[in-house]
Design a protein around this ligand. Sequence first.
Ligand SMILES: NC(=O)C1=CN([C@@H]2O[C@H](COP(=O)(O)OP(=O)(O)OC[C@H]3O[C@@H](n4cnc5c(N)ncnc54)[C@H](O)[C@@H]3O)[C@@H](O)[C@H]2O)C=CC1
Ligand SMILES: O=C(O)C(=O)Cc1ccc(O)cc1
Length: 372
Amino acid sequence: MKKAAILGIGLIGGSLARCLKERTNLIVEGFDSSKESLALATSAGIIDRGHTDLTQAVAEADFVFLAVPVQAAKGLLDQLSHIPLKKGCILSDVGSTKEEIVAHANQLKELSAIFIGGHPMAGSHRSGVQATNPLLFENAYYVLTPLPDTPTSDVERLSDLLSVATRGKLVTMAPEYHDQVVGAISHLPHIIASGLVNQVSRYNDKNEWFHRLAAGGFRDLTRIAAAHPIMWRDILLSNRKAILHLMDDWIAEMEGVREAIAEANAEEIQSFFTRAKISREGLPERRFKGMLHPLYECYVDVPDYPGAIAAVSKLLADNEVNIQNIGVMENREDCAGVLRLVFVDEEKLIRARELLRAKQYYVFDLDEQEEG
Ligand SMILES: NC(=O)C1=CN([C@@H]2O[C@H](COP(=O)(O)OP(=O)(O)OC[C@H]3O[C@@H](n4cnc5c(N)ncnc54)[C@H](O)[C@@H]3O)[C@@H](O)[C@H]2O)C=CC1
Ligand SMILES: O=C(O)C(=O)Cc1ccc(O)cc1
């Protein structure tokens, strides 16, 4: 029986474990510093066995995946370089940055397995084993960053396994290229979202209306600021070169729009928004979590008064739009709650959106924002 060892059974490691258990015949064993996470993962059937001893976890493994924050992954690689791994074992990771970890693995001459960097381009602001989902990576890009001298047969073996297990779209690219692109579309947005939340939070300390009035746009734009601080600390430290360059460009972009506002340059301000609108609308569609399990769902802001949820369901029922599933996502103090509505097919979803919007409900998709 072949075996995969996953080091770090959190959101990504646990989701990958579930993918491997559901769709391959590999034995899946986990390693984590948290006994609690291991116990939870074992009892939920996410892994076959949990270890707090690294040597035991990787013993006889055909594949080893590092799924801990980036700096911790470097430490685990150091330890693995002193542990004999099974002949032919492929070592990979899921970290959000690639140049540093690939270089680190490459200079560990005693490492007895081939290392191929990996990064599934899907995730969430949530973390931990409780947030795992075997559909998380479905249809999302999964980047591998082999070096020019990495044997093609090993890249194919890993790519084939991950393709079957995650149902993601496997692509390869150079580590430094990955870091520049992902820096722009993931790391920089996280800095901007967190900076914006911190700025508004300072204002809110003096006047709590700032948070109370924070509506859809602010919440949508800043959802990712709720992500794990240690993970993001490590990502920024690991991708400093690319991020500093991107931040310089961002500051220049902001200075440009600031100047246009200062000069009351209507044409320039309009052009700023027009360019963004056209570009945003041209982004590839990502409506469904996966082709095999399409999610016909939408989210609706509902006012916080008795009967508000009933009003939504009545509106849909009166128009013969059946709701397959309904849930309250969160409750904002004296403001609104968010309803999650799931429908059986796309037609019902589109009709529900039309009906709700016609009654001035704020309807939005979370799916597109959930994936990175
Ligand atoms: N969260 C996301 O959306 C995405 C994260 N990633 C990458 O995946 C990796 C893991 O992130 P998440 O799963 O979100 O984090 P997580 O916090 O959900 O899970 C990390 C797990 O690693 C364990 N851990 C941490 N340090 C350890 C160590 N030194 N030894 C043993 N176990 C240790 C923790 O106990 C935890 O169970 C990170 O490198 C991150 O950059 C990649 C794609 C998406
Ligand atoms: O929650 C989101 O939208 C994300 O941005 C998820 C994410 C986080 C880190 C990654 O390296 C990839 C994806």
